[in-house]
Design a protein around this ligand. Sequence first.
Ligand code: C5P
Length: 216
Amino acid sequence: LQPKPLRGKRVLITAGPTAEPIDPVRVLTNHSSGKMGYAIARAAHEAGAEVTLVSGPTALVAPRGVLRLDVDTAEHMLAQVLAEVARNDVFIAVAAVADWRIKHVSPSKLKKNGDASMTLEFELNPDILATVAALPNAPYCVGFAAETDDMERHAAEKRVRKQVPLLVGNIAQQSFGADESVLTLFDEQGGHPLPRLPKLAGARQLIAQIAQRLPR
Ligand code: C5P
């Protein structure tokens, strides 16, 4: 029998990329397969939680027993998260959210005018994780940081900046689209590396760590 350390808990997870429209046929997006977030959703469900997965566009099928809500833009993801968050005990932000959106989305397809270059104006998207972490009665918040260099320093800084008790660092070059994860957990005590594992096994370890840290 599997242990069910999250029995009676509700877990909200974001996963996948977001897609910000440029015009009706083009989007601005991030590299993200969604595999890590979906593996975490599955592991949380196995651990007995009621799981809601707010997902950007991916090619993946929702794990059995997990409620999946599809979104496209960061603003849509934030709205869906805010609509769900109050009933949840844990929020795990795994999505690779586009930091910027296009300021003026063209209602019709942008045409090549013979110009060699073209300029788009961006505006900052909301930070979903920081917004949730700042809510009164915020759930236990877990963030992710995919870094290309100096992962330890960036991840530890990000945990403090976003004011979350737990932040999971990984090295972007090792994780994008891969089937294995190399995760390091950062809490107020410092960094705790997990072994290199298939993403589902890594997700199970992460869920076990989160369950241990929840207020009783
Ligand atoms: O700042 P950065 O994008 O590196 O932070 C990554 C963490 O913050 C991830 O947990 C990601 O899901 C979350 N995030 C978010 N909303 C954003 C940007 C990042 O929830 N706009």
